[in-house]
Design a protein around this ligand. Structure first.
Ligand code: SAM
Length: 255
């Protein structure tokens, strides 16, 4: 067996923050934002790194995965909230919300996606920014997720890991992630599903939730989105909604 704690450590080994071009893209945004919420923060790598680099503002990480948050909590100068994006109840507290490492693609159902985006918009100050990426469906990244492309690591112990697609239904790809020891004994199999929204559908969801797309890129070097792009990288800004104005204009309740 591979424990949840080991799985969280394995995630960190494979995704050490700072090793990827995407990390530099987000670091630059976080550095300039006084109050940052990282939705789907996982083991907290981005916020740990931000503090290491001297960020002095408010940093909050949110994730429903307890084992990942336990690793994140090794650093106590960041707030860690357990929960999902849809259940987020913050009101106009943040200048920047991020969803990194394709966490956005975990929102596979329309209703969950709508509720998550609305909650993220409410958590932002008007004009605050939501930065995230999603893999472009046209590039069909899942076609490489086969046992023929395994990864080996030496921490938390010598392991081999691979993915296998189970189904592609509409824009949702369901797959397994298997972890085995060097002798080939399978220690753990996890199931997951990711949604691959194209830019037009994505923008419809963003508009309904009260966002305006401010910047759109096809890679981490801020190149344009093209026919060949493998990523859809978005920075959207939160538009003040009529219900926000109504709430602000409402008389204060009597004591
Ligand atoms: C691939 S990991 C990315 C972790 C981290 N952001 C990174 O860049 O390494 C996706 C994360 O999204 C979280 N997640 C899944 N569903 C979520 C939801 N509904 N709301 C918030 N986070 C969610 C998972 O628990 C997981 O930690």
């Amino acid at each position: 067996m591979l424990s949840d704690d080991e799985a969280a450590e394995l995630y960190d080994v494979l995704n050490t923050w700072g090793d990827f071009p995407a990390d530099h893209f987000y670091d630059a945004l976080v550095e300039r934002a006084p109050n940052v919420l990282d939705v789907g923060c996982g083991t907290g790598g981005m916020l740990h790194h931000a503090r290491d680099r001297g960020h002095r503002g408010r940093l909050v990480g949110l994730d429903p995965d307890r084992a990942a948050l336990t690793r994140a909590r090794r650093r106590t100068d960041v707030e860690w909230w357990e929960g999902t994006a849809a259940a987020l109840s913050a009101e106009a507290e943040f200048d920047l919300v991020t969803m990194t490492g394709h966490a956005f693609q975990c929102l596979t159902a329309d209703e969950d996606l709508r509720c998550s985006l609305s909650a993220i918009r409410r958590a932002l100050r008007p004009g605050g920014r939501f930065a995230f990426e999603t893999r472009h469906p046209r590039a069909k990244a899942w076609e490489d997720w086969t046992p023929a492309h395994p990864v080996t690591v030496s921490r938390p112990r010598p392991l081999r890991l691979w993915h296998e697609v189970e189904s592609v239904v509409g824009d949702v790809v369901s797959f397994t992630e298997a972890v085995a020891d060097p002798e080939g004994t399978v220690l753990r199999v996890d199931r997951a599903a990711l949604r691959f929204l194209g830019p037009d559908e994505l923008d419809e969801f963003l508009t309904v939730a009260g966002f305006v797309v401010e910047e759109r890129f096809g890679d981490w070097e801020r190149g344009p989105l093209t026919e060949q792009s493998r990523e859809i990288v978005t920075i959207a800004s939160a538009v003040r909604q009529p219900q926000d104005r109504a709430a602000q204009a409402a008389p204060a309740p009597k004591p």
